[in-house]
Design a protein around this ligand. Structure first.
Ligand code: FAD
Ligand code: NAP
Length: 338
């Protein structure tokens, strides 16, 4: 049954613990309930926004409409063969629990994406990625409900406009669809992606000789736990900025001035490590009122207590200005502001 509440405080519903009041909160348990909500008079009259685990949003002002929280649960095998499994996970499942479930079955595909906070339904929105794997690499298809009609549609990966931390659900068609389920193609004995960041050295330190998907996930989790603040203890939204992508020419010019510049090939272009740029501008570990830049990863901004979105965005703006002045590169924010 749908849970509907009035005048809801969303501080605990976003990982930055920013204060926001919403007039209504609707927790939907099924696609049918969602379609009914979409067609209800209340919803047609009021603005609405979708909130999963609140780990990639900045809640900046009270909201006079309905916050829709997809809470549908369930995991189903849709197809299986000797080598592969197609697993469907409902939008309200926790992302990491689904990763854990697949690891328990001995399947591979999601191991590099272990420990990413949030819900399954939000994963395609920014094509979540970590340690060289992105959602689009493992997604079979997804199911979404159109907000204006309540109708259901299946999207294949090529219809989602996936790019680096991007999809149509985040930009071109943002606010049009609510994702209700995501399907993954997983392997019983699949290729593992070990050539990113510290995965190999972590596996070595763990004395793993023949890595399995579970061992890779454990390595990823160990690295993440060392480096990233747990939002339950230190409120944050993960990477606050995307890594900027620049042209080869701009890279060559910057590299002459900054020989230590951290950069990676990105198609025909070059991706810079935003954390390094921010660090060079002196922000790593800096605190400004109740907000701060994390000392172990400058890409992560923190709310130390009663910080407001205004304070956080002012601090983020100082970082953007400084990086632009030093490097002529403009940082783009990753979380969406509401
Ligand atoms: P929310 O924050 O609730 O929503 C994010 C956006 O998606 C909003 O615009 C919302 O409207 C929309 N949305 C949510 N659910 C749906 C739905 N069912 N249908 C349509 N739209 C929807 N991200 C990475 O990519 N890689 C990482 O490694 C990573 N690490 C992180 C580490 C930490 C400590 C934190 C705090 C965040 C990290 N993130 C990472 C960011 C974040 O966890 C992901 O983007 C995650 O997918 C957000 O899920 P959520 O349910 O919290 O989404
Ligand atoms: P890291 O390993 O210190 O690396 C710093 C940056 O360099 C990362 O942003 C990563 O880019 C890039 N990088 C490292 N090795 C690379 C390679 N072999 N090829 C191409 N690019 C490479 O990063 P970290 O902060 O500890 O994060 C580890 C992973 O988790 C990264 O993939 C990161 O994106 C992901 N993560 C994401 C969030 C989020 O909120 N979006 C939060 C925490 C961690 P990419 O970011 O493009 O991978």
């Amino acid at each position: 049954m749908m849970r509907f509440r009035e005048n809801v405080d969303l501080r605990m519903a976003n990982t930055l613990r920013l204060p926001m009041k919403a007039r209504f909160w609707a927790e939907v348990q099924s696609e049918t309930e969602l379609a009914a909500l979409m067609n209800s008079v209340t919803l047609k009259r009021l603005p609405s926004l979708v909130l999963g685990g609140g780990s990639n949003v900045i809640l900046s002002q009270d909201f006079s409409g309905v916050v829709i929280h997809p809470a549908m649960r369930g995991l189903h095998i849709l197809e299986q063969s000797r080598d592969q499994v197609v697993l469907e996970a409902a939008a309200g499942e926790s992302w990491h629990s689904v990763v854990e479930y697949t690891l328990r079955q001995g399947w591979s595909g999601l191991e590099n994406l272990a420990l990413i906070p949030g819900s399954v339904g939000a994963a395609p929105v920014q094509n979540i990625g970590a340690y060289g794997v992105e959602l689009e690499d493992v997604m079979h298809s997804l199911v979404a409900v159109e907000r204006s009609t309540g109708k259901t549609r299946v999207f294949m990966p090529e219809e989602c406009g996936f790019a680096y931390r991007e999809s149509i659900f985040k930009s071109a068609e943002c606010d049009r669809w609510i994702i209700t389920a995501v399907r993954f193609t997983l392997h019983r004995q699949g290729p593992l992606h070990l050539d990113y960041g510290d995965i190999r050295s972590e596996l070595q330190a763990m004395r793993v000789v023949r890595p399995t998907s579970l061992a890779v996930a454990r390595a990823v989790m160990a690295i993440r736990r060392r480096k990233l603040p747990d939002p339950a203890l230190l409120p944050n939204a993960g990477s606050f900025f995307k890594n900027p992508v620049i042209s080869q020419d701009q890279y060559r010019m910057l590299q002459q001035r900054f020989p230590d510049l951290i950069a990676y090939p990105f198609g025909h272009e070059i991706k810079l490590a935003a954390g390094w740029l921010i660090d060079q501008c002196g922000f790593r570990g800096r605190r400004q009122g109740a907000v701060a830049c994390h000392e172990r990863q400058a890409l992560v901004l923190l709310n130390h207590g009663n910080g407001t979105a205004e304070e956080l965005l002012a601090f983020a703006n100082d970082i953007v200005q400084s990086v632009r002045q030093h490097f002529g590169v403009t940082l783009e924010m990753e979380p969406r502001i509401y």
